[in-house]
Design a protein around this ligand. Structure first.
Ligand SMILES: NC(=O)c1ccc[n+]([C@@H]2O[C@H](COP(=O)([O-])OP(=O)(O)OC[C@H]3O[C@@H](n4cnc5c(N)ncnc54)[C@H](O)[C@@H]3O)[C@@H](O)[C@H]2O)c1
Length: 443
């Protein structure tokens, strides 16, 4: 059974997470010990956007105890109705639905009975909706990427700082068991000082960009307008904490390059014929986008985006330090002076077991039965735990925008012939004084 005790880890958050993350909590928000023993009040969550992803998140939310979804919003009444029926089928009270156009989410967010809002809409709504949720004093969990322009990144940061409301991008690969074990290994110093990382999102997403008739969905329309790393968040998720981004280091500048665009047209033509009108559209998006990030400390990160060519799924994480490295593709590590054979890989599996993260140790069996290898369950479990404890979310607004900002910055670099593009310091200097904050494991 997954540990769903909402009181667990609260003390840890109060002692370390909140302070480390620089979150200012009103004293009234801190639970007293005798309050902790009182009956658990349900956390009340509103869900905006109940298409494919929103429905999956809704199902996960309903597997948690002491949680209610009293409101859902979608511009498509059929989607909202489906969500409403799902909630009732799970034995919960029928939610109020908000289906009155693109801006109706504001009515949902204005409700005074919600603690948190989950946003799983098309990208252009993520930042405006997260901003509104924070202004209404709600925690917000927003799907990836949380912003698609530089201005939107700043809107999120400034609204968080003005309201104190936490904003977490729901980047689930940060919660993978292997990635968290690697984080523990880095923190234990096995690889020495880190200098370099490689990561990728390589996934043929034509089924997601285009509908069954081969017409661009909202996601496919971005391929017509922009040439960028449009989906940098899953590749970068674990890298942010591996490389102490926003807590000891930060992104300095970005250089990006895109290949020509052949995959979309070729895949559409082969499936729907050469005369298929969407196959003739002028797609701006290059097939492979490679971005390099230099950090202020002098470390380097290579990020690859590869989402419109036929291929098996791949993330190609690699992290390298003075004393050794981890290679996800090989499921292997090499650690100087520890690995038995000089300059030869050894299997990662025993290290994954030894450095298993506290979030996984007691609940792996059940987590592995859930969506996306348990990561959806874990990210929402930890998000809801923070909502209940009124503490900082595991991924904060600074890490959320740092992952997402690669979208607009890579676009600028590509448009300027791969010129270096400066990355702003969203923390206003606090990266220098903030200690590690994500997924601290005292086990
Ligand atoms: N973290 C992950 O692993 C993961 C996986 C898939 C998708 N996603 C993200 O989830 C989000 C949704 O993707 P999807 O595949 O579910 O798309 P989708 O098109 O299936 O669902 C989006 C829903 O939002 C609704 N919507 C659109 N505009 C709205 C508005 N103004 N107000 C309320 N509802 C609105 C649509 O009607 C639709 O039901 C995207 O941001 C995507 O990047 C994340």
């Amino acid at each position: 059974m997954i540990d769903r005790d909402p009181n667990l880890a609260r003390r840890d958050f109060l002692k370390t997470g909140v302070a480390a993350a620089g979150l200012t909590l009103a004293p009234a928000a801190v639970f007293a010990d005798d309050e902790e023993r009182q009956e658990i009040k349900p956390v009340r969550v509103g869900v905006v956007g109940v298409g494919n992803r929103g429905t999956a998140l809704l199902k996960t939310l309903h597997s948690f105890d002491a949680l209610e979804v009293p409101a859902v919003c979608d511009i498509d009444p059929k989607a909202a109705d489906r969500a409403s029926k799902l909630i009732v089928k799970r034995g919960r009270k029928q939610p109020e639905v908000y289906t009155n156009g693109d801006e109706d989410f504001r009515r949902l967010m204005a409700r005074d009975d919600l603690d948190a809002v989950i946003v799983a809409t098309p990208w252009q709504w993520h930042a405006p909706m997260a901003v509104e949720a924070m202004k209404q004093g709600k925690y917000v969990g927003v799907e990836v990427p949380c912003a698609i322009t530089l201005d939107e990144c700043w809107d999120l940061v400034k609204t968080h700082e003005a309201t104190g409301a936490p904003c977490m991008m729901l980047e689930n690969w940060s919660f993978r068991r292997d990635n968290l074990a690697v984080l523990n290994m880095i923190r234990a110093g096995l690889f020495g000082e880190i200098v370099h990382c490689h990561c990728a999102y390589s996934h043929n997403c034509m089924h997601w960009y285009f509908d069954a008739d081969g017409r661009p969905r909202w996601s496919g329309k971005h391929l017509l307008r922009r040439n960028a790393d449009q989906y940098p968040t899953h590749s970068l998720g674990p890298v942010i904490s591996w490389m102490d981004i926003n807590c000891g280091d930060r992104f300095d500048y970005v250089v990006s390059m895109a290949s020509r665009s052949l995959g979309i047209k070729d895949q559409l033509e082969r499936k729907f014929g050469a005369d298929h009108p969407p196959a003739k559209l002028p797609y701006k998006q290059g097939d492979i986008v490679t971005t390099m990030v230099k950090t202020v400390k002098g470390n380097t990160i290579v990020i690859a985006m590869d989402m419109q060519l036929p291929r098996p799924y791949d993330n190609r994480w690699l992290i390298q330090g003075m004393r050794g490295l981890y290679n996800e593709q090989r499921a292997a590590v090499y650690i100087e002076g520890v690995s038995p054979n000089r300059e030869q890989w050894e299997p990662f599996a025993p290290y994954e077991k030894k450095y298993d993260h506290a979030w996984w140790r007691d609940s792996a069996e059940e987590l592995l039965r859930q969506g996306h290898g348990g990561t959806d369950d874990l990210e929402l479990r930890e998000f809801i735990r923070a909502v209940r404890a009124k503490s900082q979310t595991p991924i904060d607004v600074y890490d959320s925008v740092s992952m997402s900002v690669i979208f607009p910055l890579s676009e600028r670099s590509i448009a300027a012939g791969s010129a270096p593009v400066e990355c702003p310091d969203f923390t206003s200097g606090r990266w220098q004084t903030t200690g590690p904050k994500y997924a601290l494991d005292r086990g």
